[in-house]
Design a protein around this ligand. Structure first.
Ligand code: ZN
Length: 60
């Protein structure tokens, strides 16, 4: 939150920033092909999500 400059000392600013970090990237595994995929997303490798196929492969 923006506050006037001197209201937070440099050490307080540093202490607050010590807890500010990026969250670790989350991922899960496809139960069908064990490939790494994003949670709550269709598997990009086999196209399955919740026992249903969503990605249809077109034969050439
Ligand atoms: Zn898969």
């Amino acid at each position: 939150m923006p506050v006037p400059r001197r209201r937070h000392s440099p050490s307080l600013q540093g202490r607050q920033r010590a807890h500010k970090k990026l969250a670790e990237k989350r991922y899960s595994y496809c139960p069908k092909c064990q490939a790494v995929k994003l949670p709550h997303r269709m598997c990009p490798t086999c196209g399955f999500y919740k026992d249903r196929q969503y990605l249809v492969q077109v034969e050439k």
